[in-house]
Design a protein. Structure first.
Lengths: 441, 320
């Protein structure tokens, strides 16, 4: 009895070990098999890899497309955080496997894709109708996703033209003008804006604990793209130490910090979110997509007590995405058609009316549904026109693969001025040291 | 493959003369079976520990970009020399060390005291023991997020209490020492109960005869603790020190989440960036995989040195 038991156990052990090895070795076979899709008469399943809330599904665009194309089935793979999504995408691109038929590309890593992986994506200059598609987009949007030798890795979805959001009631309490026409005239430049902020901070009626702007980093991040260069030269090489955009943005932002116009908050942190409800800042540079965020964080209680004015210092852009088609896709043609449709002007108008994502298509932005849009929450501000003007006036500032990290380095340095009392000079040196570490040498 | 040899055991009426070789074969088979049993562990160990470990060393000799991991350029020791000349490395090493000290020392002392108390006959013993293990069972992410809220500058509970008591509000994230103390507190909260239970197990293995003898000799409770409990616990204490040292050197989740904004720099002026966080920043934020691999190996060597020092100190004290 004992003998048979040990023998059985022995065999079981061997089988278990073999099964383990087999499982380890066969896993890749399995994953490559199930995306094959069978023969062409069957339904074609298109996988769309996205991050965060792209809103395509929520706007009903997939259903609309599938209704018009009964042979297509769209499945969305969504990753909550764009950072996590990007890491997975990098791994998939390196292995050239595991890629979806359509991949979302964010402004934070479009430069990396353009620089390193352009050959792995369908060039949208070579698709049918390319000549008709291209002019519907803002030229700067098209250029951001285009390599130096003219390959375009994706078509734009939304864009992030910026304006200045503010709380009229806080400005009123401080005895300052609060209508957007007056403000547009009074803070045309950042210097004007800072002078206005000083009046706010000095006002006796200003609510205790409130500041003029949420953080010096917000000002910096917006102003840096108003220079001829931001973080990079035209080839995408980081040049933070010599860029005029960095220099002037730093000057204004560090001034705001030393003049104590800021609440010293970093965007998207818990304290920043809490500050919305507490009215801890009067102004906030805001891209179009942030309106929805403000509405949800500040709540309906302050509906109508937010407003939008043009951004000081000219137009700037924060955020925006593209949809690309990896050449590894087994349904390249179908995926190209889907992307072309999803990013076409009519669908971008839908994305604005249903999700408040501002179009990256100039044709869509000119549509009355966008251009004449007003927001009740934002005191009936003509948001379509304000953001449209910002998008129209945007310059083609070069971008690079390290923009997100470099922006963070400058934001952190400004935070040390705000919260640790560092001098702007030594904080700037810290930022440059960090920049060197980020880029590597 | 072993199945083919099994029929050899079939004849049951074999003469006793051949039993020794048969037995030998059976033990050989038995040991083969033993290998099969332990194989899963070693297969997994080789695939998920040994191979990455060696490959990391290989990567650390190259310049590799996360975006193009297939393009590796041989650079020899340059990642290591760069690291030794990198001020952020020395800053992270210093932070790891200071956070390690202010979290490990109070943690182990507290654990020892708690274990001593729990070793008395108490009502609801199991309840206390389970309660002490609760922090350990809580996820790092959940507990750190709660602590980050408590330590909030403007709306945090701790600052509210401080200001009610007439003290200044403390900027727990942006201050150098405040941030390190806050992180140490999270670590201490999490690990004290775990260590206390390990000490408790060690204490219960100490023979009661020793305590009785001490009582007969007129030893007070403190003297019992000092001269019976502590010497009896020495191997356990060494174990907890080694484990805590390794844990402190690899500290990563708490400082990452404590920053609250997902950045990997460990605060605006790197005031709480640990070695683990620096490695993560190099590899995953800044895409320099080779540099990150070199940092990983350096961390490993630091841990080995620290453990050797711990063991040597313990051995030296025992022999003296």
């Amino acid at each position: 009895m004992r003998h048979t038991l040990t023998r059985a156990a022995r065999i079981a052990g061997v089988v278990a070990a073999a099964a383990l090895l087999a499982a380890a070795c066969s896993s890749d076979k399995k994953s490559s098999g199930d995306s094959g899709g069978g023969n062409s008469a069957d339904k074609v399943t298109l996988r769309v890899g996205l991050f965060g809330t792209f809103g395509l599904k929520e706007a009903g665009l997939y259903n609309q497309y599938m209704k018009a194309h009964p042979n297509i089935k769209i499945v969305e793979d969504d990753v909550e955080k764009s950072q996590d999504y990007y890491k997975a995408l990098q791994t998939h691109l390196a292995a050239n496997s595991g890629l979806d038929d359509v991949q979302g590309i964010e402004i934070g890593f479009v430069a990396d894709i353009v620089a390193h992986h352009a050959n792995q994506f369908v060039d949208f200059n070579t698709v049918p109708n390319a000549a008709q598609i291209k002019p519907t987009f803002y030229d700067w949007k098209w250029a951001m996703a285009t390599t130096q030798d003219g390959k375009t890795v994706g078509l734009g979805t939304d864009a992030g033209p910026e304006a200045m959001c503010y709380r009229p009631s806080l400005l009123k309490k401080a005895g300052l003008p609060s209508d957007r026409a007056t403000l547009a005239a009074q803070w045309k430049t950042w210097s004007d804006y800072l002078a206005f902020g000083k009046r706010y901070e000095a006002a006796a009626g200003k609510p205790v604990g409130s500041h003029f702007i949420d953080g010096a980093g917000s000002l910096f991040a917006a102003a840096v793209y108003q220079g001829t260069t931001a973080y990079d030269d035209t080839s995408g090489k980081p040049i933070p130490q010599t860029s005029d955009g960095v220099k002037s943005a730093w000057q204004y932002a560090s001034q705001a910090a030393t003049d104590k116009l800021t609440a010293g908050l970093e965007p998207f942190t818990t304290p920043w979110n809490q500050a919305f409800a507490n009215g801890a800042f009067a102004t906030l540079p805001c891209p179009a997509w942030m309106l929805g965020y403000i509405t949800s964080e500040a709540g309906q209680a302050v509906s109508g007590d937010w407003d939008v004015a043009p951004l000081p210092g000219g137009a700037a852009n924060w955020g925006g995405s593209w949809l690309g088609v990896p050449k590894a896709s087994k349904h390249q043609k179908e995926a190209e058609d889907l992307v072309t449709w999803l990013t076409a002007p009519a669908q971008q108008v839908t994305m604005w009316t249903s999700q408040q994502h501002f179009p990256s298509s100039s044709t869509a932005a000119a549509d009355p549904k966008v251009a004449n849009a007003k927001s009740e929450y934002f005191n009936n501000a003509p948001i379509g026109q304000i953001f449209g003007d910002s998008a129209k006036n945007l310059k083609q500032t070069p971008i690079g693969p390290y923009d997100t990290q470099l922006e963070q380095a400058f934001r952190s340095a400004l935070l040390t001025v705000e919260s640790q009392g560092k001098s702007p000079e030594s904080a700037f040196n810290d930022a440059l040291k960090n920049a060197k570490e980020i880029v590597g040498d | 493959m072993t199945i083919t040899t099994t029929p050899a055991t079939a004849p049951s009426s074999a003469p006793p003369a051949i039993s020794p070789p048969r037995r030998r074969r059976r033990t050989a088979l038995g040991s083969r079976a033993a290998y099969a049993y332990i194989a899963p562990f070693f297969v997994l160990f080789a695939a998920f520990s040994l191979y990455p470990f060696i490959y990391t060393a290989w990567v650390s000799m190259h310049e590799v970009d996360l975006s193009t991991p297939n393009k590796m350029t041989w650079v020899g020791w340059s990642n290591y020399t760069k690291l030794l000349h990198n001020e952020f490395f020395w800053n992270a090493l210093k932070n790891t060390f200071t956070i390690g000290i202010i979290s490990t020392v109070p943690q182990l002392c507290l654990a020892l005291g708690l274990a001593h108390l729990l070793n008395y006959k108490l009502r609801g013993k199991t309840f206390y023991r389970v309660a002490m293990l609760m922090p350990y069972a809580t996820s790092i992410a959940a507990s750190t997020l709660i602590f980050a809220q408590l330590f909030g500058r403007d709306y945090g509970l701790i600052n509210w209490v401080l200001s009610e008591l007439g003290f200044h509000r403390v900027d727990w994230v942006n201050g150098h020492w405040p941030s390190q103390i806050a992180i140490s507190l999270i670590v201490t909260w999490r690990w004290t109960g775990y260590n206390a239970l390990i000490y408790l197990a060690g204490m219960q293995a100490i023979s009661t005869d020793l305590y009785e003898a001490a009582v007969i000799d007129g030893a007070s409770r403190w003297q019992q603790f000092r001269y019976v409990t502590i010497p009896g616990l020495r191997p356990t204490i060494l174990f907890t020190i080694v484990v805590s040292t390794i844990g402190a050197t690899q500290l990563f989740g708490e400082p990452l989440l404590f920053a609250g904004d997902g950045t990997t720099s460990g605060g605006a002026s790197h005031q709480f960036q640990t070695l683990g966080l620096l490695m993560y920043q190099q590899g995953w934020t800044n895409f320099h995989l080779g540099q990150a691999a070199a940092t990983a190996w350096t961390m490993f060597l630091i841990i080995v040195v620290l453990v050797l020092i711990n063991t040597a100190l313990a051995r030296g004290r025992r022999s003296s």
